[in-house]
Design a protein around this ligand. Structure first.
Ligand SMILES: *[C@@H]1O[C@H](CO)[C@@H](O)[C@H](O)[C@H]1NC(C)=O
Ligand SMILES: *[C@@H]1O[C@H](CO)[C@@H](O)[C@H](O)[C@H]1NC(C)=O
Ligand SMILES: *[C@@H]1O[C@H](CO)[C@@H](O)[C@H](O)[C@H]1NC(C)=O
Ligand SMILES: *[C@@H]1O[C@H](CO)[C@@H](O)[C@H](O)[C@H]1NC(C)=O
Length: 542
């Protein structure tokens, strides 16, 4: 059931006026770019949003001098250069954080209290487990655990937060074709072999993982995918190979999302989408001969919960690799960053693609993609992008070199931070936008329970949707743990003043939504409000 805040006639108005706004708004449908920081000090190899509305950005510690020498307060044991920062969205400022071991090509996920659980890296960091518990007083910092280590070295592995409270799985990596849990259920648990990773060797680093609606994991590596029961170490089903002329995981490096799950079908139907990547042989060609092959332009979509799942293929406006894929608050997908030729890796790509692609999953086939406005800044290897609570996209990083290099190279190390503002945030739409959203929920909302929200809805209320979004841990075009839920609205009352009170229903289980912080936005006739945080928690007897 959908909650309608006004007369049904408002819906018709939204549709009828969709042509008029294309010409009326400033940046048109293409959106706008702004430069937020000229020098963030470190490359955003890894980037993630905390529920304190700050962004944790970090690089590797082996890259040598960064753009920010350390101070006494932030001495990075490794070399006294800063390799990690916390960016504060509201003030557009940042402070240095301290890392002691190498986080190069590592992975992460969140715990139920919003603490970042971060794992692996290279060398000194390859078996480390780190935590960052966000705070309001700017005193918090990385904690590298001394009493808990990974059982195997995890370099280029992927993480998924599991339905079991505060438990994550870490899968794969360069050195070990296995998986393990953090924390372990007993000290001797060790690692579990995953032969699928041996079978897909070559381009299977940073595998794409999604927690499916039956509690099993969808794991995609190279061109293959499986549904995997991690509790019994058992492959439940093998999906067809993704068509195309190459692999999709590192170093071919395409990207993937799970499309929004919907309360309307009990959150059962799960559809994944994989886009772009390098063509077969592009890594070798770029390394050996400095020949940069044109990447893949196809995307595949597959409903993994179907009886007979099949990939449906479609084309992006241009070939693209090292692209990030972000679920927008509207439920659409943004494909951003990357290049059109070559491969992931040092000095292995050319032809940056600076225009994001906007994708509308429910539009008719062939009319889903459009190109948005570009920027002058190339975002190549070791760049990243994440969604911010207000609906903008934070874009940072790019460094296809072993060390920071600012001159004498085609794609200098990039320390500038930008925001891309999609069309839906244009003030022209403010009269359709829910404002001043507040959420009742206090310490958290238990699964299946109802919770109240309140917002002000101006002149043009229409069909309203309520989207809860788990922010990803972004690195190497992989947005770990990103998921969106279209929540059920049980009731909605709009007062004459324009204030609306609605009762929403929390997701039914931690399989649908692993416990933790989600961004909630009200989407009215396709236009999202600024999001507020809501925490989904296990009940006291769970
Ligand atoms: C990091 O990984 C590379 C492999 O590319 C290895 O050669 C290097 O020694 C590692 N660094 C450390 C400190 O172990
Ligand atoms: C993975 O690491 C474990 C623990 O170090 C080791 O026992 C196992 O042999 C490794 N497997 C592979 C395939 O490297
Ligand atoms: C990619 O190229 C390698 C080496 O030429 C070949 O063995 C492999 O079958 C190719 N893979 C695909 C998917 O075409
Ligand atoms: C919404 O919040 C803003 C800023 O706090 C405030 O100025 C404005 O009056 C509020 N709008 C309504 C309708 O209450």
């Amino acid at each position: 059931m959908r909650c309608i805040a006004g007369l049904i006639v408002f819906t018709a108005m939204v549709i009828a006026s969709s042509l008029e706004w294309v010409v009326a708004i400033g940046g048109g449908k293409a959106g706008t770019w702004e430069l937020l920081l000229n020098n963030a000090g470190v490359v955003a190899m890894h980037m993630t949003l905390t529920h304190h509305n700050t962004v944790i950005i970090f690089d590797q510690t082996e890259a040598g001098p960064s753009g920010l020498p350390c101070t006494a307060a932030s001495s990075d044991k490794a070399d006294c250069w800063v390799h990690s920062i916390e960016y504060d969205i509201a003030t557009n400022t940042f402070r240095p954080l301290t890392l002691h071991t190498d986080t190069w090509c590592s992975s992460g996920s969140f715990l139920s209290d919003g603490t970042l659980l971060q794992t692996g890296g290279n060398g000194s960091g390859s078996r480390r487990i780190r935590k960052f518990q966000p705070c309001s007083d700017k005193q918090c910092n990385w904690v590298e655990l001394e009493d808990q280590y990974l059982s195997a070295e995890r370099w280029y592995a992927s993480n998924q937060a599991l339905p079991e409270k505060d438990r994550a799985i870490v899968i794969g990596g360069q050195y070990n074709q296995s998986y393990e849990f953090v924390p372990k259920s007993n000290p001797d648990e060790g690692v579990f072999d995953l032969p699928f990773l041996k079978d897909t060797k070559g381009d299977n680093l940073y595998p794409f993982i999604q927690l499916s609606s039956d509690g099993n994991l969808f794991i995609f590596a190279n061109r293959d995918s499986i549904l995997f029961d991690y509790k019994r170490n058992k492959v439940i089903r093998k999906f067809p190979k993704l068509p195309g002329t190459g692999a999709r995981n590192y170093p071919s490096t395409g990207s993937s999302v799970m499309l929004p799950l919907d309360h309307a079908d009990g959150f059962r139907r799960v559809e994944v989408m994989v886009c772009g990547g390098g063509v077969n042989g592009s890594y070798r060609e770029a390394r050996k001969n400095k020949v940069f092959r044109v990447g893949q332009s196809t995307c595949g979509r597959m409903v993994i919960t179907d009886e007979e799942p099949k990939w449906a293929m479609e084309k992006m406006p241009q070939p693209r690799l090292m692209n990030d894929m972000i679920l927008l608050p509207t439920g659409h997908v943004l494909v951003i960053n990357g290049a059109s030729r070559g491969s992931a890796g040092w000095e292995l790509a050319t032809s940056p693609l600076t225009k994001p692609f906007l994708y509308k999953p429910d539009a008719i086939a062939g009319r889903r993609f459009s190109s948005a406005k570009g920027t002058a800044i190339a975002r190549m290897y070791h760049s990243s992008a994440i969604l911010l609570p207000d609906g903008r996209i934070l874009v940072a990083g790019s460094n296809p070199h072993a060390h920071y290099r600012f001159t004498g190279v085609s794609f200098p190390t990039e320390l500038r931070v930008q925001a891309y503002t999609p069309y839906y945030m244009d003030p022209f739409f403010d009269d359709r936008r829910a404002m001043n959203l507040t959420i009742d929920g206090g310490a958290g909302v238990v699964y299946r329970e109802r919770f109240g929200i309140e917002f002000w809805m101006g002149r043009r209320p229409g069909v309203m949707e309520f989207h809860a979004y788990a922010p990803p841990f972004a690195t190497h075009s992989t947005s770990m743990n990103q998921r969106m839920l279209k929540l059920e609205c049980a009731s909605l009352v709009r007062e004459m003043s324009g204030f609306v009170r609605a009762m929403l229903v929390a997701p039914p289980s931690p399989i649908v939504a692993p416990s933790g912080y989600y961004l909630l936005s009200v989407v009215n006739g396709g236009f999202p409000s600024k999001a507020q945080w809501v925490r989904f928690i296990h009940g006291s007897n769970a």
